[in-house]
Structure formats: C-alpha cells, structure tokens
Design a protein around this ligand. Structure first.
Ligand code: NCD
Length: 303
C-alpha cells in the first residue's frame, strides 16, 4: 500500500477506537449488515483470529470460522479449492492465514471476493503492520501519522517474521528509520533492500531508539538444519544474553522509549516479564488497537 492508502486506513481506524469498546457493543452496537466474513486460518492463532471476529461483530458482520484440522484441508483439498468452495456459498470476503508465504495472494487470484491477508508464512502480516503504526503514532503524539525522525529498533528473528516485513513496509512508508537487530543467521544483510539497516549488536543501538519492537524466535519455522541452535548461536540462553530486552537493558533506554511486541511472547527469552508489564510497554494497547484497525479494514473491503 502507498503512504496515502496507509494514512487513509489509519485515519478511519482512529475513528473506530471509541466504537471498539465493550461499552459501545453493549449499548448501540451496529445493526447486522447481513454481510458474511469467512475466516480461513490454516495456522495457529489467538489474537489475530479473535480480533477479526470481534471487529466483524462490532461492524455488524457475521464471521464463519474454518480451521485446517476441522476442514477438508486435512483430506488433501488445496487452499484454492477450499477458498473457491467457501466463496461459492456466497460469502462477502475471506480472511486467510496460511503457512505458505504467498498463500493469501494465491487465494486472492483464485476467487472474486476480497481476501484479507492475516499472515502468510514468513512473508507479510499487513493488519499487524497497520495496528503497530496506529499504536506507535498515537503514543508518540504523531496525529498525522508522519513518523519522520522516529527511530525504531526491531529485534529478533527478522528472517522468519512476517510481522517484521509488514512493520518495515508500513512504518517505513510513514517515514520512520528502522534498524533490525539480531544474530547474523536471523538478521541477514539480504533484508536491507526492504528499507532497513541491519545490525548485530543490540547494546549499541538501545540509547537512540524511540520505539523497540521485540519479536519471538520462531523456532517452528527454522527447519531441521537449525534444530541444534539459533542460527549460529548455541542456545536460547546465549540468545537471551545478546538480544533479550532484559530489565538491565530496559534501564538504559530513554524514559520516552516505548516497547512493543506483537505476541505471542516468550517471557524470559526475548523479553523480561517486568519489561513486558512495565510502564513503557504498549503490548496490550497493540492488541486493543488491532480491533479498530480490523474494523477499518472490514469497512474498506465490504464498502
Ligand atoms: C505473530 C504471527 O503469527 O505472525 N503474531 C501475531 O499475529 N500477532 C507473531 C508470532 O507468531 O511470533
């Protein structure tokens, strides 16, 4: 998406924030629109799946849920055949999460209805990028979503992270400067064309950061050749000593620096519990803003 398209969604999402609350839903929840969103999640999810379902409920859209284990995917049906089948039943849009990078685009090419990418393999997670941008812009008082001059550190398993790719694309389009930090095996220089600086020493970059986005080590995506360590590191303990946001490292940050994590967190590995739950943490705000962003995205695709 272009910078203007991103700003248009974020502007609409800001107006959704007061509507994305329990009080609103109990009071004057939007009347049913008769629209149906089919949720096709072929990979595990807690927050993204529920977030789309709650956002849909608050916009009067009904969500129907399909998962890999309870569907004909387990009988060998292809992603595109499953998507075409669901579309033929007359749903208005699909929200899809796939293990394969490019899975959402593959499905979008096979059906006529709108397809929302809720995470495709290591590739992208666009609504996470948008909700991170909304959370960060608000926290920094950038009401126009211009992030020029904002220094963002993204720390961890960038190579396997679709969140990192969508954050780099979205926050970069809004003008932020982005440094990706982690071990060379997980943060290779081949990431530079995405528009970020690659670095391997977290301690060197801490003091300059306006925001730090911590990422989980995605061991499930590492494959057999990395099963004995984390891309050249001996152990999780070694990873933690070099790249975790510990209470000691957090104490060196400026008092203005905000801390983010898309979840799920591995407390005590990439982030200490006291930091995740501390005053600089925006982690639960990210989850809350996810509802507003997805309400805005549903408005966009369903008209
Ligand atoms: C992540 C994902 O699934 O991409 N979480 C999320 O959607 N908020 C990140 C992860 O699995 O580590």
């Amino acid at each position: 998406m272009s910078r203007d398209e991103i700003i248009a969604i974020l502007t609409h999402a800001s107006t959704m924030i007061p509507l994305a609350t329990r009080a609103h839903t109990r009071g004057e929840s939007r009347k049913p629109t008769g629209r149906i969103l089919a949720s096709l999640f072929f990979e595990d999810s807690t927050r993204t799946r529920l977030s789309f379902a709650i956002a849909a409920t608050r916009r009067g859209v009904t969500t129907l849920d399909l998962t890999a284990s309870g569907s004909s995917i387990s009988k060998g049906e292809s992603l595109t055949d499953t998507a075409r089948t669901v579309e033929a039943m007359g749903v208005d849009a699909l929200v899809v999460r796939t293990r394969a990078s490019g899975g959402a685009a593959l499905i979008a090419n096979a059906v006529a209805c709108p397809v929302i990418n809720a995470g495709d393999g290591r590739h992208e997670h666009p609504t996470q990028g948008l909700l991170d941008a909304l959370t960060l812009a608000q926290a920094l008082g950038r009401d126009d979503f211009d992030l020029a001059g904002v220094n963002i550190l993204i720390v961890g398993d960038i190579a396997n992270s679709r969140v990192a790719r969508s954050d780099i694309a979205c926050l970069g389009a809004l003008g932020a400067s982005i440094v990706c930090v982690g071990p060379p095996g997980l943060v290779p220089h081949t990431l530079e064309p995405l528009g970020c600086i690659v670095a391997h020493d977290l301690d060197e970059h801490l003091e300059n950061a306006d925001a730090i986005i911590m990422l989980r080590v995605q061991s499930e995506r590492h494959g057999q050749n990395q099963s004995t360590g984390i891309a050249g590191l001996g152990s999780l303990r070694e990873y933690r000593s070099l790249y975790a946001l510990t209470t000691d490292r957090a104490a060196r940050l400026s008092s203005q620096t905000v801390i983010m994590h898309p979840g799920p967190m591995n407390r005590g590995v990439e982030i200490d519990a006291a930091v995740a739950d501390g005053p600089a943490s925006l982690i639960t705000t990210q989850v809350a803003r996810g509802i507003a962003v997805r309400m805005a995205v549903l408005d966009l695709v369903l008209g």
